[in-house]
Design a protein around this ligand. Sequence first.
Ligand SMILES: *Cc1c(COP(=O)(O)O)cnc(C)c1O
Length: 384
Amino acid sequence: MKPSIDTQLIHTGEPKPRIGGAVSMPIFQSAMFEDGDDELRYIRYNNTPNQQVLGKKLAALEGAEAALVTGSGMAAISTALLTVLKPGDHLLAQSSLYGGTHSFVTHLLPELGIEVDFIDADAPETWEALLRPATRAVYVESITNPLMEVCNLDAITAFAQARGLASLIDNTFATPVNYRPPERGFDLSLHSATKYLNGHSDIVAGVIIGRGDLVKRARKKLKHFGGSLDPHACFLLHRGLKTLALRVRHQNESALRLARFLAAHPAVNTVNYPGLDSHPQHARARSLFEGFGGMLSLEVQGGQDGAERFMNHLTVPILAPSLGGVESLATRPAVSSHADMTPEERQQMGITDGLIRISVGIESSVDLIADFEQALAALEHVAL
Ligand SMILES: *Cc1c(COP(=O)(O)O)cnc(C)c1O
């Protein structure tokens, strides 16, 4: 019987026999290794002990053949895309991508002679028309930022398989606890391990998980690009990973409670969370995911002013960008993740200046809700 993810997080991939009997994987702080194996070992070659142990564990977590750690989420994404695409190729990508990825596919890929078309990932009937003889891959995210949309992921893999395209997904928001893309037919699953996988907001790292042949090719590319994860960061990621299931399940529960509280509050206009019945893709999220994740976004009364006033009254969440750590965070995408876009582009995507994104941490949900309640009350006082 395959062990559950909770057990895999602790035991899978760990060296046997234990190195020097060490219960915790030691840090091999060595750039190169003595000749001996058939392959030269070097940190940039991504084949040192700390990197390899993580690769084995991460592959098992998503039920995949192989995995590779990288120096950042963007290193994983750019390396993976340049593994499946070459000059003259064409990519279909979901329209609402993470800012760094959006910028990479709209600016860097065309410089390399790779063309991109954006798809409405929720409208499978529109994809065929964008297909070209040179189309090689399709790229989506499991839950989009900051509106928390869940596209038709099963339709994406079916389409990719029928048309011989590589299917890639950024699974950062869902995490392997809630969704395992390789088990659902995706060729490559990518993560910013900076977020939930590490979970402690203290390193930048990335992961490529998926088909053995593609991960092997990605490893070769990464060797050229040089975006390797160093042994000490590997150690921190390894340590953080062990509590992934505990953290994410707490965050799933806490975010759902907070979302329900906010949706019922008179000073809140909108709440975007896939776990709410009112979410347009709630039924799909329920069938695809084991939990709805720790990310939500909301709009309060008073637009941008209201949002700023509300955020300044929050005492538990830290006002900071990024996500997926143990501490709750609040940020306004218009001035953080989506600041590079024009107001028109943001408006087109449905991102208002008053939209607030919350990354729910592992604090008590009672304290978190009480804190949101007092910050919303401060908002109501001003409105009177
Ligand atoms: C943060 C993030 C990235 C980029 O990851 P880095 O580790 O900052 O390079 C990519 N995708 C998503 C969904 C993210 O949240």
